[in-house]
Design a protein. Structure first.
Length: 174
């Protein structure tokens, strides 16, 4: 669970040592903390940064800092252009005459016998819910007298198979 909690006593001597290490020796906060943790248990990088910030002491100016090494990113195995399908530009069609237009009808719903029929739910209260029961809600949650949950076996999921079909979208074909 981490280190035991220790508080650093920030007396004048400790503050002067930290300032000296940062300003004169040019050490960063993690180096200061690692040097002083033996004498001051609980000294961490974040405690050094916080104290310096509250004192208004900041490290070396940016122009005195050692330059960061710019690492060149390695190329992936496939160029970025090939990751995405090519863009297709659509050319505007010439307007068709009224006689050439076709009317597209929506597909009719499946016959009644093929539609999924809802099983008869038990409709239980929140007190009766457990891990294996469907949690599909019915009613107004503000009115606890009439608010119920489905209660059918859920097979370890949040909802029973029927309510899963209602609540979740099917996966798109890739």
């Amino acid at each position: 669970m981490g280190r035991p909690w220790r508080v650093v006593v920030w007396d004048d001597e400790t503050i002067d040592r930290v300032k000296r290490l940062v300003l004169n020796d040019g050490l960063c906060a993690s180096q200061v903390a690692s040097r002083l943790v033996g004498q001051f248990p609980g000294m961490t990088r974040n405690s050094v940064i916080g104290k310096l910030y509250r004192l208004g002491v900041f490290g070396r100016p940016i122009d005195e800092r050692s330059p960061r090494i710019q690492r060149r990113r390695t190329r992936t195995s496939t160029p970025r252009k090939q990751l995405y399908p090519p863009k297709i530009r659509l050319q505007p069609k010439e307007p068709e005459s009224r006689s050439e237009r076709t009317i597209v009808k929506k597909p009719s719903p499946p016959p009644a016998e093929r539609r999924a029929t809802a099983p008869e739910s038990i409709w239980i209260t929140i007190k009766d819910l457990n891990f294996w029961t469907c949690r599909f809600p019915k009613g107004d949650p503000a009115d606890l007298d009439t608010f119920r949950y489905c209660g059918l076996p859920s097979l370890g999921r949040a909802y029973c198979p029927h309510h899963c079909r209602l609540a979740y979208l099917p996966a798109r074909a890739a």
